[in-house]
Design a protein around this ligand. Structure first.
Ligand code: IMP
Ligand code: MG
Length: 368
């Protein structure tokens, strides 16, 4: 799943499928006008990719030109079209074949058709890669159709959503993320658990604390739990595969959840990628990584204090705590970059009262 502006899209027609479709179209057109040199006219901007691939697949000689005429502003046809610009060729007595990326209501096509009809062509034909039969309102015959698509907004392969998505090789269709998923991030003792408890109720999300999931599995001596235990006792991170499988199990246990707050997971880039893949299968994504930023000395202080009451052996020994920080620094800080690159990183000042920090987090959660 990908995000363009405020909307989510999922892959719908693969680049491969587009390729074979276009090759077939080019062959068919060639068969019907092999004894002349047709002038293909691509309608910009949307048809630039289709036109390029189409003429590359066209077995004979041809000319190509582009004209511009735009009718779209958002995800709905605006109903109004602009003027045609850019045609410098003499089209008298020529076979002109219009190359359209998509025909929706047909308004654009009709305008173009009308303009060409007044020129003294030999013949005018229309080829479109995509066609929406449920929305097409015009009587005009379309000579070559690549693929029929339902009345759904699509992007990619030249088609855009408010300017974005034209460069994608596949065609994508609008989708709704079914869940909101947040990675709550920060070093041990940053207050993730405390904040997650408040936020999960406020936003009706399921809180998955990796530590709790581990302790549950260990306590019940599940195979994954026994494996994880040996690593945790040393203050080391559990290998990715074990962790990922445990987390997957936990997500699967809550099929009806609105979404999850992941706390303590992912901790490595491999885990983050595994999580993305896993969520994508469910039509979901990570909406954001929210990180609590707290200075290390304050953290050690907090953890030793927690160790007095929590009974967790890894909270009672300062060297074990420092070891966890090293692990954190060495391996997990990379994740900040991973999510930042996708525009999904939100750093939060984690020093202050619980309420103050909750308020800072709420401001970010509201946006996600
Ligand atoms: P029509 O005039 O309603 O047939 O719309 C034609 C133009 O609208 C196309 O050339 C595209 O630029 C745009 N368009 C129609 N449907 C879509 C879509 O699903 N995604 C992106 N653009 C579209
Ligand atoms: Mg177009």
């Amino acid at each position: 799943m990908i995000k363009l502006h405020d909307k989510y899209f999922e892959s719908y027609i693969s680049a491969n499928k587009l390729n074979t479709t276009i090759a077939k179209m080019a062959q068919l057109v060639y068969k019907e006008c092999a004894d002349e040199i047709p002038l293909f006219v691509g309608i910009l901007n949307g048809s630039f990719m289709f036109a390029a691939d189409f003429v590359r697949a066209y077995p004979g000689q041809c000319e190509i030109s582009f004209v511009k005429l735009a009718s779209y502003q958002g995800t709905e046809s605006a109903g109004k079209v602009k003027k045609l610009v850019g045609l410098s060729e003499d089209v008298t007595n020529r076979t002109v074949i219009i190359l359209e990326d998509i025909i929706d209501t047909g308004t654009t096509l009709e305008e173009i058709y009308t303009i060409f009809r007044h020129k003294k062509l030999k013949q005018l034909k229309i080829a479109t890669l995509l066609y929406k039969p449920d929305v097409y309102k015009k009587g005009l015959h379309i000579d070559y159709i690549g693929l029929h698509v339902p009345d759904k907004f699509v992007v990619g392969y030249g088609l855009d959503y408010n300017g974005l998505g034209r460069n994608l090789s596949d065609i994508f269709t609008l989708t709704k993320p079914t869940m909101t998923n947040i990675v709550l991030f920060g070093p041990p003792g940053a207050g993730k658990g405390t904040q997650a408890d408040v936020l999960k109720d406020k936003y009706a999300l399921k809180h998955i604390s990796t530590g709790d999931v581990f302790r549950y599995n260990i306590k019940n001596e599940t195979p994954l739990g026994n494996l994880a235990k040996s690593y945790m006792d040393k203050g080391d991170l559990v290998p990715d595969e074990v962790t990922i499988n445990m987390l997957k199990q936990e997500v699967e246990r809550h099929k009806d959840a609105n979404g999850f707050i992941f706390d303590g997971f992912p901790r490595t880039e491999d885990q983050a990628k595994a999580l993305d893949t896993f969520l994508a299968e469910k039509g979901a994504t990570i909406n954001g990584m929210v990180a609590l930023e707290v200075p290390e000395d304050l953290l050690v202080e907090r953890l030793l204090k927690r160790g007095e009451t929590s009974g967790r052996p890894d909270d009672q020994d300062e060297s074990k705590i420092r070891n966890r920080f090293n692990e954190y620094q060495n391996k997990t800080a990379i994740l900040k970059d991973y999510y930042a690159q996708q525009g999904k990183y939100y750093g939060i000042d984690g020093v202050g009262s619980i309420e103050e920090i909750t308020e800072r987090l709420t401001k970010v959660f509201d946006k996600l």
